[in-house]
Design a protein around this ligand. Structure first.
Ligand SMILES: Cc1ncc(COP(=O)(O)O)c(C=O)c1O
Length: 433
C-alpha cells in the first residue's frame, strides 16, 4: 500500500522559510524552489543509493539524482572511499595533478569527438568556453541554438533556453544585454529546414550549431531520425562547427554519450554532471586542431582557480570506472524502460493522455495525446496536471524533478522493488487526479 497521507514537513518548512530571507527565493538554483509545481520544496538531510531523506526524516525514491551526476547511486561506497583517500592529500592544488591525466584519458577514450579536453567547474562554464572557441576558430560570431535547449546561464545562451527559464516563465532574463544575444539565432528542435534557412540567410557568418543531442531541458525529447545526421551535413556544407552539449547525456545515454549512441560525431563536445561524480566539474573537448587554440597552447583565453580539482577528478574517475563494468548500461536501459512503460500504462489505465519514453538512463513523460518533437510540443502538455501528479508522488515517497520541463534519471542503485513501488504509487496518484 502506498502512503498518500500528507507529508509531515515542519522542519523543511522552517528551514526553507528562513532560507528565503537569506538567499534569493531561498535556493542556490531556481528550479529547486518548486515554483512550477507549487508547494514548498523539501529540504534534504542525506542521500544514499536510490534514496533521499529530508530533514523531517521522510524517505523518497529519487529520480533526480542531483540532476544527473548520481548515475551510480548517491554516495556510492567506492566513490566515498576514493574521495576520503584523496582528501588526505589535500583539497586543491591549483597546479597540474596526475588525476587530470587519468580522467582526461578516460574521457578521450570514451567520447568519439574528443581528442583533447579542458576541465572546468560546471556545465555553464564548459558551454561559455566552447562558444568562445567556436567563434575564435571560425572567425564568425553567430551561433545557432534550438528552442528549449539549455546550455547554462551565460548571457548569449539565454534565448529560448528551456528548463529553469521556462519553468519560471522568463522568455529571457533582464540584465542580458541585447548585444550579447543578437548573434544567437534560434530554430525549433528537429527542424532541419529552419536550420538550413538560417545558414542561407546568414552566409559566412555562422560559427556553428550547438544542441542537446537528446533534450532534457524541454522535458525528455529525442532527435527525429536523420536530425543529427542532417545537422552534421549542413554544418560541413556551410563550413561551420557542430557542437553537442552532452552535459546531461554524456556517460548517461551510453558510455560515449549521444554521439556514440547515434553514430554522429560533432567537432566539439561539452560535458559536466557525471564526469564529476557529484562534485563540481565540467569539461569541453573535441578535435585537436580546434582545442589547441585554447591558452596556453593557443590564444583563446580560458582559466579557472579550481579547475581540475583533485577531489572532483577522483570522484569522476571512480564513477567512470564503475560505469565501465560489464552490464551497467544494459541494467540502466532495462530498469528505465520498465519504469517508463509502467508509468505510461498507469496513466493510460487511469484515463490520462500521456506520452513519453527513455533512452538508457534518461526518461520523461508528458501529459498530452500528441507526440513531442519540440519545445512548442512540450508546452502543449498539461503542466497543471503534472503539478498535481508531482505533489501526489512526493507525498507517496517518490521524488521527481519539480518541473514538466525536466528529464528523469535512473541510477544503478535503483532496484526492481523501487520501480514497482513507483509504478504502484503512480497508479494510485493518477487515479485520484
Ligand atoms: C544540457 C545542459 N547544458 C548545460 C547545463 C549547465 O550545467 P551546470 O548546471 O553544471 O552549469 C545543463 C544543466 O542542467 C544542461 O542540462
Amino acid at each position: 500500500m502506498v502512503s498518500t497521507a500528507p507529508l509531515k514537513t515542519s522542519k523543511s518548512e522552517e528551514i526553507f522559510s528562513a532560507a528565503q530571507h537569506l538567499m534569493p527565493g531561498g535556493v542556490s538554483s531556481p528550479v529547486r524552489a518548486f515554483k512550477s509545481v507549487g508547494g514548498q520544496p523539501i529540504v534534504f538531510d542525506r542521500v544514499k543509493g536510490a534514496y533521499i531523506w529530508d530533514v523531517d526524516n521522510n524517505q523518497y525514491i529519487d529520480y533526480v539524482g542531483t540532476w544527473g551526476p548520481a548515475i551510480c547511486g548517491h554516495a556510492h561506497p567506492e566513490v566515498l572511499q576514493a574521495l576520503s583517500a584523496a582528501l588526505e592529500k589535500g583539497t586543491s592544488f591549483g597546479a597540474p595533478c596526475y588525476l587530470e591525466n587519468v580522467l582526461a584519458e578516460m574521457v578521450i577514450n570514451a567520447v568519439p569527438s574528443i581528442e583533447m579536453v579542458r576541465f572546468v567547474n560546471s556545465g555553464t562554464e564548459a558551454c561559455m568556453a566552447v562558444l568562445r572557441l567556436m567563434r575564435a576558430f571560425t572567425g564568425r560570431d553567430k551561433i545557432i541554438k534550438f528552442e528549449g535547449n539549455y546550455h547554462g546561464h551565460a548571457d548569449m545562451f539565454l534565448v529560448k533556453a528551456g528548463s529553469g527559464v521556462a519553468t519560471l516563465g522568463l522568455p529571457d532574463s533582464p540584465g542580458v544585454p541585447k548585444a550579447a544575444t543578437q548573434s544567437t539565432l534560434t530554430a525549433p528542435y528537429n527542424d532541419l529546414e529552419a536550420v538550413k534557412k538560417l545558414f542561407e540567410e546568414n552566409p559566412g557568418e555562422i560559427s556553428g550549431v550547438i544542441l542537446e543531442p537528446v533534450v532534457g531541458n524541454s522535458g525528455f525529447v529525442t532527435p527525429d531520425a536523420g536530425f543529427l545526421e542532417g545537422l552534421r551535413e549542413l554544418t560541413r556544407e556551410y563550413d561551420a562547427l557542430l557542437v553537442f552539449d552532452e552535459v546531461m547525456t554524456g556517460f548517461r545515454i551510453a558510455y560515449g554519450g549521444a554521439q556514440e549512441k547515434f553514430g554522429v560525431t560533432p567537432d566539439l563536445t561539452t560535458l559536466g554532471k557525471i564526469i564529476g561524480g557529484g562534485l563540481p566539474v565540467g569539461a569541453y573537448g573535441g578535435r585537436r586542431d580546434i582545442m589547441e587554440m585554447i591558452a596556453p597552447a593557443g590564444p583563446v583565453y580560458q582559466a579557472g582557480t579550481l579547475s581540475g580539482n583533485p577531489l572532483a577528478m577522483t570522484a569522476g574517475i571512480k564513477t567512470l570506472e564503475i560505469l565501465q563494468r560489464p552490464g551497467t548500461y544494459e541494467q540502466l536501459e532495462t530498469m528505465t524502460h520498465k519504469l517508463i512503460t509502467g508509468l505510461l500504462a498507469a496513466a493510460h489505465e487511469t484515463g490520462h493522455a500521456a506520452t513519453g519514453g527513455n533512452i538508457s538512463a534518461m526518461f520523461g513523460m508528458f501529459f498530452t495525446d500528441k507526440d513531442v518533437h519540440s519545445y512548442d510540443d512540450a508546452k502543449g502538455a498539461d503542466t497543471e496536471k503534472f503539478s498535481r501528479f508531482h505533489r501526489g508522488m512526493l507525498e507517496a515517497g517518490i521524488y521527481l524533478a519539480p518541473s514538466q520541463y525536466e528529464a528523469g534519471f535512473m541510477s544503478l542503485a535503483h532496484t526492481d522493488e523501487d520501480i514497482e513501488k513507483t509504478i504502484a504509487a503512480a497508479c494510485q496518484v493518477l487515479s485520484n487526479l
